[in-house]
Design a protein. Structure first.
Length: 480
């Protein structure tokens, strides 16, 4: 236990300490604690204009007390000289406008040199997304002044990627993604994506302006189109979004708030109007939150992920629909040792119509679970309420739970066994669910550079009249 620390500060190469302080942390000792303690002292003096601060720790007392050892430490702080900022320079930028760089560096010439602040501005420059790397160095001008120099290495302006995937419902899907970085030399970003499968066609265009508002929020504009053949209808959606995005670094989380205008259509369906509008214009505010602490997004073997989405639509927002809708999903991955892992997933969604469904609820907004990434005894969208004729009506609330055990056979191959379950309700008044379905199964996985190729079979334990006894899935990607 660290019972006390005597801190002695030596300013500007002084031979004797100019300042002393006695601290009593009363905390367990470890190398990590000592590193954090030293860094906290350095950060304090960096902010006061001493960028060369060094800290050494000595043990002055070591006294065993039964199973404990009580320690007293001495922290010697050598601050070095107080330094001011000279010029602020950028090197290596050929296409990026210097005005864009200056707006992201708030250090002022003549101010005290704070290494923590200079490093923060380096991080802000890297968040522009147009540099492969951003370096930082300090060039001495004289004994009391240093220039702050950011070394920039610009990345490719245009990047083109081919997209490929396979799912048991959509089958083969492919497309392309085109990224244009540093548009007009302003650090703006454009992404165009198009995809086609046997069941769907989609396109998406996004224009992003980094840190437009208060140096923290990225502003984006997005337009997308989708046509997809679902189990019981054809989905047609055209969407325009405008919003703000922030990556909150201390907790490794993304937060998005946007206004969305959507033109929704549900065609080729025999579903009655009591389940919702087949055609609707939606004006809504949508919030997304994602916190991802998995070790690998393609092959998660430890860690967890949390995702939440909340949508509030009103005719006061230039639409003709009124509802609230939310989804919450989380997954946990844990190693059991010996090439064995357990994967757990829970997803919950609820839809709250405001008023008569036929007038206020778009049919497209109902939930249609099932498939290789949900309940694997069903095809995509089948694990949902049905009418007496077997037509899939969609749910207004649902709760899925997935438990999966994975055993590695070789570095590239593994087998899995799983239990998938879902509870859902056709009406929100029966929240959280009034009907349940269960699937069990297993499969084989092959590890590739683009993700796991999966061959899995899910058997339904309690199928309804129009449900399959089971479903075979061949797909690419992790299930949840």
């Amino acid at each position: 236990m660290v019972r006390s620390v005597r801190k002695e500060v030596f300013y500007d190469r002084a031979k004797e300490s100019n300042e002393t302080e006695n601290l009593q942390p009363d905390t367990p000792y470890s190398r990590v604690w000592q590193q954090n303690f030293i860094q906290a002292i350095k950060t304090n003096y960096y902010a006061r204009g001493y960028p060369d601060t060094e800290v050494t720790i000595e043990v002055t007392e070591y006294k065993p007390q039964g199973k404990l050892v009580e320690m007293a430490l001495l922290a010697r702080v050598q601050t070095g000289s107080k330094i001011k900022v000279g010029e602020i320079r950028f090197e290596g930028h050929r296409k990026t406008r210097e005005s864009v760089l200056n707006r992201r560096v708030e250090i002022e010439e003549g101010s005290l040199l704070d290494r923590v602040k200079a490093e923060h501005e380096r991080y802000r420059l890297s968040r522009l997304g147009v540099f492969d790397s951003v370096g930082l160095r300090y060039d001495a001008v004289d004994d009391e002044t240093r220039d702050v120099v950011y070394e920039l290495h610009e990345g490719k302006k245009l990047e083109f990627s081919l997209l490929f995937g396979y799912g048991s419902y959509e089958m083969l899907r492919g497309g392309f993604e085109l990224d244009q970085n540093n548009v007009f030399g302003l650090g703006h970003h454009v992404r165009l994506r198009a995809a086609q499968s046997f069941k769907s066609s989609s396109g998406d265009y996004t224009y992003t302006i980094p840190e437009l508002i208060r140096s923290r929020f990225d502003t984006f504009f997005n337009a997308s189109a989708l046509r997809r053949e679902e189990i019981s209808f054809t989905r047609e959606e055209f969407t325009v979004n405008a919003g703000l995005h922030e990556y909150y670094r201390p907790i490794f989380s993304d937060a998005i708030l946007r206004y969305s205008y959507q033109v929704l259509g549900a065609t080729d369906t025999t579903v009655p109007a009591t389940e919702g509008k087949s055609s609707a214009n939606v004006g809504a505010f949508i919030g997304d939150f994602k916190h991802d602490r998995r070790d690998n997004p393609l092959y998660p073997h430890k860690g967890y992920k949390v995702f939440a989405n909340l949508e509030a639509a009103s005719d006061a927002l230039a639409g003709n629909a009124n509802y609230e809708r939310f989804e919450l999903a989380t997954s946990l991955h844990h190693s059991l040792g010996g090439g064995r892992w357990i994967h757990l997933g829970v997803t919950h969604g609820a839809l709250f119509p405001n008023g008569d469904r036929a007038e206020n609820l778009p049919f497209n907004k109902r939930f249609f679970p099932g498939g290789e990434n949900s309940v694997r005894g069903f095809q995509q969208g089948e694990a949902a309420p049905r009418d007496e004729n077997g037509n899939v009506l969609g749910a207004e609330c649902y709760l899925t739970a997935n438990i999966e055990f994975e055993q590695a056979l070789t570095p590239a191959w593994s087998i899995v066994g799983f239990v998938d379950s879902i509870g859902f309700a056709r009406r929100i008044g029966h929240y959280p669910f009034d009907e349940e379905l269960y699937s069990v199964g297993g499969g084989l996985r092959w590890r590739t550079i683009v993700g796991p190729i999966r061959l899995e079979y899910g058997h339904n334990l309690n199928p309804r009249a129009h449900d399959p006894s089971g479903t075979l899935h061949f797909s690419l990607g992790f299930p949840f």
